[in-house]
Design a protein around this ligand. Structure first.
Ligand code: AMP
Length: 501
């Protein structure tokens, strides 16, 4: 039997194929069959576009039912889907295309001209467009095709998705996620969170990140359930639709924004059986305020691109604020010191994991992959945490200084490299400081070069043209020098204390 993840999706489709899978913003209802047929037609268009099994298909597209069908088309054709954040700027896209060498690149019509050069340089065979309403050359190419497309055989270890998670060294790393990884995590989540065919998920997450693409969508697909598919998170719109939903998933920022709405109260979500939060730490204040307001406890879970979900608070049983719960079925979690020695229960150390959902390694980076796995095969997550006496894990920090702002990861090194290249900047340090809405806000501390003193607004403007908006510092502070330790390393903890208020 094939291990193609799409075959599992097909097997779990409701017997009634006309059952709704999703309802779009404009009220259009797409059945399981309609999405499957569209994915079959797109699979044929990709084939004609020169994509062969194992090739990458990169996509920087808006969230839409058609974009979901594109993802499914890649899975069923044995192509490797490479989702790209819609906020990425051309210079960033050029890096990803150069590294992944996709056979096909799908982008928004408005960015086709500016990205054409990057696609050509990366030797992309075919470029298609897809807009937020399903228009564009991809759908034109798929229009009259046969929707019946036989799902390609795949082994569990075959690549399904390549998802970029930049590294602290400044170089982006493509996490290679396999068909086996997707199946293992998807099945475990349906079980852990009790998904059934009668669930209605309110899906307001982006589709270029594992939270919206894998976690939320796979639970729905594998349960034969359905979703209210919002193109973006908008608190009023979410409030409007919540009464029709049974599950809601979000990053912590979604919850702070909902709480900011006065009419978000106990009665606002009468049928929601489960609120899930993840991708960044949920502040205990938010967890408590949510319970006080609605009488419900948010279920917090912890995961990453390299492994899907690792731990989750229980569906039945106590959900503990400030913790990310217990290891998911089949996932093993241990806490180790810098030398990979196991620490005693309760001690704080590096979180290491093992299990069928752990990725295959970093694309084109065998050396980096070897570095991130221990000799006995555990993956070093880079997160720092500890288990309490009852087996609940708390994440207390991040070894790699990652900043998470509004649920998006920002690696300081990337921003520092951009800043250092700007006139008037001698060196820089980028940190995350607490922010009531985004969780953390990107802040840059810059040392002026002897020749000229840079201007905050000019630096921010220069970065805006080079980086996705969420990576651009909210604030730039110009200083004479950076605090350093005896080894000459910049003391970011000192900076966080100084500028964190
Ligand atoms: P990503 O690969 O973009 O999903 O980012 C993964 C990182 O997000 C993890 O390594 C953690 O640092 C962080 N993360 C995810 N969920 C949580 C959570 N519930 N609490 C704290 N950090 C989290």
């Amino acid at each position: 039997m094939t291990a193609n993840f799409y075959a599992l999706v097909e097997a779990r489709r409701p017997a009634e194929h006309e059952a709704p899978l999703l309802e779009a913003d404009d009220g259009t209802v797409w059945s399981h069959r309609a999405i499957a047929d569209l994915s079959g037609r797109i699979a044929r268009a990709l084939e004609t576009g020169g994509a062969n099994r194992g090739d990458r298909v990169a996509a920087q597209v808006d969230k839409s039912p058609e974009a979901l069908a594109l993802y499914l088309a890649c899975l069923r054709s044995g192509l490797v889907y490479l989702p790209l954040n819609t906020a990425y700027q051309p210079a960033e896209i050029e890096c990803f295309l150069g590294d992944a060498a996709p056979a096909v690149f799908v982008c928004r019509p408005e960015s086709a001209d500016v990205l054409h050069g990057a696609a050509k340089a990366a030797r992309v065979r075919s470029m298609f467009t897809l807009d937020a309403t399903g228009g564009g050359s991809l759908l034109d190419a798929a229009a009259d095709r046969d929707p019946h497309f036989p799902t390609v055989e795949a082994r569990p270890e075959d690549l399904a998705v390549l998802i970029y998670t930049s590294g602290t060294t400044g170089r982006s790393k493509g996490a290679m996620v396999t068909h086996g990884n997707l199946a293992a995590n998807g099945e475990a989540l349906v079980d852990a969170w009790g998904f059934t065919a009668s669930d209605v998920l309110l899906h307001a997450l982006p589709m270029f990140h594992i939270h919206g693409l894998f976690i939320a969508t796979h639970c729905v697909l594998l349960a034969g359930a359905r979703m209210l598919f919002h193109s973006r998170f908008e608190a009023r719109q979410v409030l409007h639709d919540l009464p029709r939903a049974t599950v809601f998933m979000g990053v912590p920022t979604f919850y702070t924004r909902l709480l900011a709405e006065e009419d978000f109260k106990a009665g606002a979500a009468p049928n929601v059986r489960l609120f899930v939060s993840g991708s960044a730490p949920l502040l205990i204040e938010t967890f408590t305020a949510f319970e006080a307001r609605t009488g419900r406890r948010i279920l917090e879970r912890y995961g990453m691109s390299e492994s899907g979900i690792i731990t989750s608070n229980p569906l039945d049983g106590e959900r503990r604020g400030g913790t990310v719960g217990k290891p998911l079925r089949d996932v093993q979690v241990r806490i180790a010191d810098g030398g990979d020695r196991l620490l005693e229960q309760g001690a704080v150390g590096g979180v290491q994991i093992r299990g069928p959902s752990v990725f295959k390694g970093y694309w084109n980076l065998p050396e980096k992959t070897r570095e991130e796995f221990t000799a006995d095969g555990w993956f070093r997550t880079g997160d720092v945490g500890c288990f309490d006496r009852d087996g609940y894990l708390s994440i207390v920090g991040r070894a790699k200084d990652l900043i998470i702002t509004g649920g998006y990861n920002v690696y300081p090194k990337e921003i520092e490299l951009e800043l250092d290249a700007l006139p008037g900047v001698a060196e820089s340090a980028v940190i995350g400081v607490p922010h009531p809405d985004f969780g953390e806000a990107v802040t840059a501390v810059v040392v002026a070069s002897p020749a000229a003193r840079p201007d905050e607004a000019a630096l921010i403007a220069a970065l805006k043209s080079r980086l996705a908006g969420y990576k651009v510092p909210k604030r730039v502070v110009v200083v004479d020098d950076l605090p350093r330790n005896a080894m000459g390393k910049v003391q970011k903890n000192v900076l966080r204390e100084r500028y964190g208020r």
